[in-house]
Design a protein around this ligand. Structure first.
Ligand code: F0G
Length: 477
């Protein structure tokens, strides 16, 4: 495959210059069904935000104009996926759609065994219960909320071993998701390899801004772990997006297909947890994949307790079919280019407006640096929570806090975790919004930035015990 095959718009014209002038990409689909959305009046938006306790998770979807809360389960399915929904085999055991899904995971991700789960955290629960024992330590390239919680509930302690650049929103390194091998080795030396059941590697790294890991780093992690007898488990939720960044940024991969890079990347790991609700273009679904026979045997036993029989894992047959087809579509070059191209389009406009965002722009979202956006609001007054509320009131755009509220409390001391990154995430569903929606979004953020001096912080008035960001409530100070 050559880069010309990847991007026919850039093929040289016969007799013309080898590199044509800049050409825009366009979405590789046309729209054949629409879902109306409405913008409430400002007074209605103020009332809706107050009723939601200033938490965008507690808004009603109907009150939202452009929903950038998450890219999870919010993507648009294709006609090919919808056609597959009609071919659901809803047998309790041995559904044909399970075998399609299994074949797709084996073909595109390369793992030997898999069990379906209702979504990513279902797979995280099974994996943590199987591999983690009380007192174990799990290193990872930055925490993710549900992943870390399942590790802790299973008796493990999570340790962040991501490179320092990941915590710096202005650092322009191309692979800010990389594992810091020195931090990893220091931890293993301290606690002993026998207390480290696996290294938890996410690609791309959601909480760092959707930043990728390089193939070279993944290989180094694999080599190190192999020498110490430690497994590597991938969080493959956005691994296709990671593969695209490798193709674009890592020397030696420019002429390899995204599908090919994905397969090589996964081959460096021993298994994966997966939320199919992101890369795999479905509204619900996930899986746990493993290469080791005995670990898989336990997963196949345990899935029956928490999810459902090992040939459906909490999903309908039609859901498994949609996911099998979504996997196929997710690695197509034109799809992934326009998916990340849209994120880059939004990022470029915000950068041009001087808005502080995490750089380089990541795969699934733009992350606004709330501590630089609202420098007058101290972190314990939740600047990112305040900015997400302000954005909704300004334009009906729903974003998500990814800062001190999401980070939760230290289970030992009870204090807030204070992450270095206090962010608001504008997350783009796949194949859902147009360039005009992106324009409305950046114009609103730019407007708030012009008037940033007026902003005030928040006080938390209700705090749930687990994953508090979902249901906490706030009052404006
Ligand atoms: N891992 C990563 C990197 C994720 O981003 C998510 C979910 C999960 C695991 C859990 O998967 O939701 O299917 O149970 N992230 C969503 C988000 C919720 O908005 O970033 P799940």
């Amino acid at each position: 495959m050559t880069s010309g095959d990847r991007d026919p718009l850039l093929e040289p014209r016969p007799g013309g210059p080898r590199m044509p002038r800049h050409r825009s990409w366009a979405e590789p689909f046309r729209i054949k069904m629409v879902e109306p959305i409405h913008l409430l009046t400002r007074a209605e938006r103020v009332a809706a935000m107050a009723a939601a306790g200033n938490n965008t998770f507690l808004l009603r979807s109907e009150d939202v104009f452009i929903d950038l809360l998450t890219d999870s389960g919010t993507s648009a399915m294709s006609d090919y996926q919808w056609a597959g929904m009609m071919l659901g085999d809803e047998a309790y055991a041995g559904s044909r759609n399970f075998y399609h899904l299994e074949a797709a995971v084996q073909r595109y991700y390369g793992y030997r065994h898999m069990v379906p789960t209702h979504q990513g955290r279902g797979a995280e629960n099974l994996l943590s219960k199987i591999l983690i024992k009380e007192g174990d330590h799990v290193p990872g390239n930055m925490y993710f909320t549900t992943t870390r919680l399942h590790q802790e509930l299973a008796g493990g302690t999570f340790h962040d071993v991501i490179v320092d650049e990941a915590h710096d929103a202005t650092d322009l390194s191309p692979f800010k998701g990389n594992v810091d091998l020195a931090k990893l080795a220091a931890l293993v030396d301290e606690v002993g390899a026998e207390r480290v059941p696996y290294v938890s590697v996410a690609a791309t790294v959601n909480m760092a801004g959707g930043q990728p890991i390089s193939m070279a780093n993944m290989r180094a992690v694999r080599d190190y772990c192999r020498s110490r007898g430690i497994r590597v488990i991938l969080d493959a939720t956005r691994a296709v997006e990671n593969a695209y960044f490798i193709q674009r940024r890592e020397p030696g991969f420019e002429d390899r297909s995204v599908a090919d890079i994905l397969l090589e990347f996964c081959s460096l790991t021993d298994g994966c947890t997966m939320s199919g609700k992101k890369d795999a273009l479905v509204n619900i679904g996930g899986w746990l994949a493993l290469n080791e026979d005995d670990v898989f045997e336990e997963a196949r036993n345990l899935v029956v307790v928490y999810e459902g029989l090992h040939t459906y894992g909490g999903l309908a047959g039609r859901d498994m079919e949609a996911m099998a087809r979504g996997i196929e579509e997710s690695v197509q070059e034109d799809h992934i280019r326009s998916r990340i191209g849209q994120v880059e389009y939004l990022g470029k406009h915000l950068i041009d407006e001087g808005v502080p965002i995490v750089l380089p722009v990541g795969g699934h979202a733009i992350f606004i640096d709330a501590m630089r956006f609202y420098p007058q609001i101290p972190q314990d007054q939740f600047p990112a929570q305040a900015l997400a509320a302000d954005l909704y009131v300004d334009s009906g755009v729903r974003a998500m806090e990814r800062g001190v509220v999401s980070a939760g409390r230290d289970p030992e001391t009870g204090d807030h975790h204070y992450p270095k990154l206090e962010l608001v995430r504008l997350t783009l569903p796949r194949r859902v919004y147009t360039q005009a929606h992106m324009d409305v979004t950046w114009e609103s953020v730019a407007e708030l930035f012009d008037h940033r001096a007026d902003a005030r912080g928040m006080r938390m008035v209700y705090e749930p015990k687990y994953l508090r960001f979902f249901q906490a409530r706030f009052e404006r100070l």
